[in-house]
Design a protein around this ligand. Structure first.
Ligand code: SF4
Length: 351
């Protein structure tokens, strides 16, 4: 069938980010920490893709490698037509205004010796030759957009609350009119009472400015509220990528099922069906992941093949991608398949 959807704004293909391990007096290269190991997804313009998983699963590394804050080990990251992973330095510098990041810890990401005006206009200094007045005008405009009082323009970061500091970080990210923003746990360091305000601000800005987000978070309830689709990561790979409503109502991958079983469910019908799944064992080291499925050491539905062969991320229902041998024979077209999958799950459990 002809695909009539517009080309995605962001296309990530087989992204890998390995950190070398050096040991001994001679500092020999003896292995790699595979923080991101073959991650692929796309994001449509104006969409929010949530990227979730436990701490250490590689989700923040994906965001940083996409924007070349780390040099990716391999793969492609096409953002608005350019493969950012392979751009030469000057072309990358020119590309930077279109792709920005909002960091987790606003305290650490703002220079304490710079005023708010200096912080927000820093990208303008780097990428424009505007006059000082024009820059101040733009800083005022950005302060209005993120809800900061213009009277604060000459204050320093320590004079603001955590929520206000995150607004400064967002204003700085918006300074050059980006199309794509990686939000890396932007609310994790904030008080719960402030988190919703910052999330609402990000949503408002998306509507007004047509922004596209990769929203990285360990907070599954918040991602549900924000994201159109959600990718669940485990040990450097995507386990499931589904539309948000489908994932939260009926997760397919055993890891996604376990992760979501711990999330409060507002729908009483779904909550009644859901059983809490406690995973046993520890997450394996990314320096020595399993040969087969990365989740095979903890999966309650593990089969023999899981220990030998890594499952690919494949579309098992329209719009739903899962990396699990339980679903491999299912075709996206015309298969609803949940009962069949359940039956196969039961048959596939190793004794
Ligand atoms: Fe579990 Fe096997 Fe599926 Fe991995 S491939 S999630 S071990 S059933």
């Amino acid at each position: 069938m002809l695909d009539t959807r517009p080309a995605p704004l962001v296309q990530v293909e087989d992204l890998r980010m390995y950190f070398p391990i050096y040991t001994g007096i001679l500092r020999r290269h003896t292995g790699n920490v595979k923080a991101v190991d073959g991650v692929s997804f796309s994001i449509q313009a104006g969409e929010t893709l949530g990227l979730v998983g436990e701490s250490g699963c590689g989700k923040s590394t994906v965001g940083r490698a996409m924007l070349r804050l780390y040099e990716p080990t391999g793969g492609r990251v096409v953002i608005d037509g350019d493969d950012v992973a392979h751009l030469p330095p000057e072309a990358l510098r020119r590309k930077r205004p279109t792709m920005q990041m909002v960091f987790q810890d606003p305290q650490a990401s703002l220079n304490p010796r710079m005023t708010l005006a200096q912080i927000i206009s820093e990208p303008l200094d780097e990428h424009t030759d505007w006059s000082r007045d024009k820059k101040i005008e733009r800083v005022h405009e950005l302060m209005d957009q993120v809800g900061l009082n213009r009277r604060f323009i000459n204050r320093y970061p320590h004079e603001f609350s955590g929520g206000q500091r995150q607004r400064i970080g967002i204003a700085r990210a918006l300074a050059l009119n980006p199309r794509f923003i990686v939000c890396d746990e932007p609310i994790a360091a904030l008080d719960v009472s402030i988190q919703a305000q910052v999330v609402n601000l990000l949503e408002d800005l998306q509507d007004r400015l047509g922004l596209t987000y990769l929203f990285i978070s360990h907070d599954l309830s918040m991602v549900r509220h924000l994201a159109d689709r959600v990718a669940v990561m485990y040990l450097g790979r995507i386990a499931e990528l589904s539309p948000s409503a489908d994932l939260y109502a009926r997760p397919l991958h055993p890891y996604a099922e376990a992760l979501l079983s711990a999330v409060n469910e507002p729908d009483p019908a779904i909550a009644a069906r859901r059983k809490r799944i406690i995973l046993k064992g520890d997450v394996p080291s990314p320096a020595n992941p399993p040969v087969g499925c990365n989740f095979c050491t903890r999966c309650p539905k593990v089969m023999d093949i899981c220990r030998q062969v890594k499952p690919d991320l494949v579309e098992v229902e329209p719009g739903r991608l899962v990396a699990c041998h339980l679903f491999e024979s299912r075709q996206a077209a015309g298969t609803t398949g949940a009962p069949e999958a359940t039956e196969r799950n039961q048959q596939g459990v190793s004794q």
